[in-house]
Design a protein around this ligand. Structure first.
Ligand SMILES: Cc1cc2nc3c(=O)[nH]c(=O)nc-3n(C[C@H](O)[C@H](O)[C@H](O)COP(=O)(O)OP(=O)(O)OC[C@H]3O[C@@H](n4cnc5c(N)ncnc54)[C@H](O)[C@@H]3O)c2cc1C
Length: 510
């Protein structure tokens, strides 16, 4: 579940860069008002309202236009051909959260890094939510723009759980600016280009960029997100379906008329209620079989991020269904969207095959298999894994040791996918397979029991920090505490995934 909390949602950066918003209605723009620490985005007013097609927020167009990060002194790649300008220790392709964090950490250890991205200063498009206790220990609390001391889960109309765990929205602009600043002071060089091809020799590789530039390095890291062309996945899956699940969600940052019903001191992690289906019976059967829930981050009485989410589906739930369910839900809750400030389509592949280990290009981030297979969370994990990966890279390419070619690839890949991490991932994949088999009632029973677990276990599960032994203990406790129908679900629906997991764990230990 993108966690079960999938949630990836977003909102306006608490300090929205000076965004320019295209106008939508013929009304005058509202006066700026404080938003977290930032003014509410202003709106120009030269459009006319279109006749409603859906009679809901789906008729509204997102108004915000992302502004680039302001960073006048970023060290750009020098195009003058010379060994110094074209030869690096490490080239990291992609300046998303994963690529930039790894560039920051590797360069901090004295390794020469070049970061290549078509737009290194573009603002990141996604809104990232996370648990505060994941970001704080990494010294990244200054990159959060809104926190909620508690989270709420509505299991159904009669059962609600209040989770005593603080949640946050990451400030994309602050996090990116911080990583760029650290990269710049550590000597990272930035190249604005798209990488087209990678060629390997015994001890180094060359990347060919779309502007004709060629750059060399001992190690190439692909941090291009989910759609990578440069990474090969486990051979086993070439002849079989990839069997990944997908989290799909539609999110909006909305200004609402007359306020919203959410407490400002709690974020809504999951709302599994379906009373809105009473008015829209044609949506009910689909939702009963493949349920979606509402995720919400309330910022101000009239400003909220709302996201209807399918935690995991295979094949992917149609995006249109997600949007129609969201419209029905908001209508039922009396939430009237006045303006859509931002819109987010979320599609996250989860739990597919791991990359083939080792291979000549290292993967990091969305393409590396590190996405939580049963929640879809990645950002905090990638921030936490980067120092570990940087240590391995610096051991090989730092000043004292020069390990290159196959031994280098072997070490970096095995540094990311240790036997323990692979086994733990098998377990999280089992969680995903279980969720895929549950209908709405089963899903409710599951989360009812899950959030009753000792917080150590459910916190650890959602944050990928339980050992295999702890994960086994979690399952036993979950089974022991579950209701009888829930146990029946597990016994009748999960034997196949369970056998697969045990088989894969056995292969892993041989
Ligand atoms: C809408 C959405 C919301 C999400 N919300 C959350 C959340 O709330 N919490 C959470 O933990 N996770 C969330 N995720 C999951 C995950 O954290 C994000 O997908 C995250 O952006 C992955 O980071 P990344 O750096 O690996 O890849 P990306 O952020 O996708 O960055 C990849 C970068 O590589 C560049 N690139 C691509 N191809 C090339 C090329 N050929 N050459 C050079 N550069 C290239 C791209 O331009 C981009 O800058 C969300 C995902 C989505 C899609």
């Amino acid at each position: 579940m993108a966690t079960p909390l999938p949630l990836f949602s977003q909102l306006p950066a608490s300090k929205p860069p000076q965004q320019q918003f295209t106008q939508f209605t013929a009304t005058a723009p509202p006066p700026p008002s404080p938003l977290f620490s930032s003014p509410k985005p202003a709106v120009k007013t030269h459009r006319t309202r279109i006749q409603s097609k859906f009679g809901s927020f789906l008729d509204l167009k997102p108004e915000s236009v992302p502004e680039p990060i302001i960073f006048p002194d970023l060290p750009w790649h020098d195009p003058t051909p010379s060994p110094r300008s074209s030869q690096f220790d490490v080239i990291i392709i992609g300046a998303g959260p994963s690529g930039l964090r790894l560039a920051e950490q590797v360069s901090l250890r004295g390794v020469r890094v070049c970061s290549v991205d078509p737009s290194p200063l573009a603002s990141w498009p996604n809104n990232y939510g996370s648990w505060v206790d994941e970001f704080e220990p990494m010294g990244l609390s200054d990159c959060l723009d809104h926190t909620w001391p508690m989270a709420t889960v509505h299991i159904d109309d009669t059962r609600t759980k209040y989770l005593d765990r603080a949640y946050c929205r990451v400030n994309r602009t602050k996090l990116k600016t911080k990583l760029l600043t650290n990269c710049a002071s550590n000597g990272v060089v930035f190249k604005s280009a798209k990488v087209w091809e990678i060629h390997h020799r015994e001890f180094d590789s060359t990347v060919a960029c779309d502007d004709g530039t060629e750059l060399k390095a001992s190690l190439i890291v692909d941090a291009t997100g989910f759609g990578t062309p440069f990474i090969e996945y486990d051979n086993v899956y070439k002849t079989k379906p990839r069997n990944e699940g997908f989290q799909i969600a539609h999110g909006i940052l909305a200004e609402v008329e007359g306020g919203h019903p959410f407490d400002l001191d709690k974020m809504l992690l999951m709302d599994w209620r379906d009373s809105h289906m009473g008015n829209e019976p044609y949506l009910r059967s689909g939702n009963s079989e493949f349920p979606t829930f509402l995720y919400a981050m309330p910022f101000e009485p009239d400003l909220v991020f709302l996201e209807e989410t399918s935690l995991v589906s295979r094949p992917t739930l149609p995006y249109k269904d997600v949007k129609l369910r969201m419209a029905a839900r908001l209508r039922h809750m009396g939430i009237k969207v006045k303006r859509v400030i931002e819109e987010e389509k979320c599609l996250i592949p989860m739990g597919g095959p791991l990359p083939r280990i080792p291979q000549s290009v290292m993967a990091f981030g969305g393409n590396s298999g590190a996405v939580h297979p049963s929640t879809g969370y990645l950002v905090a994990r990638t921030m936490a894994l980067a120092p570990t990966m940087a240590n391995v890279i610096a051991e090989c390419l730092g000043s004292t040791r020069m390990i290159r070619g196959r031994p280098l690839y072997d070490r970096v890949w095995k540094g990311l996918w240790t036997p323990e991490r692979k086994s733990e991932r098998e377990f999280y994949r089992f969680g995903m397979e279980t969720l895929l088999k549950l209908d709405l009632d089963g899903t409710r029973r599951f989360f009812d029991a899950f959030f009753d677990l000792d917080p150590y276990y459910w916190h650890g599960f959602l944050s990928s920090r339980l050992s295999l032994g702890e994960l086994l203990m979690l399952s036993l406790t979950l089974f022991g505490n579950a209701s009888n129908p829930s146990r029946l679900d597990i016994v009748t629906k999960c034997p196949v995934p369970l056998v697969k997991m045990v088989g894969n764990l056995a292969v892993e230990t041989i």
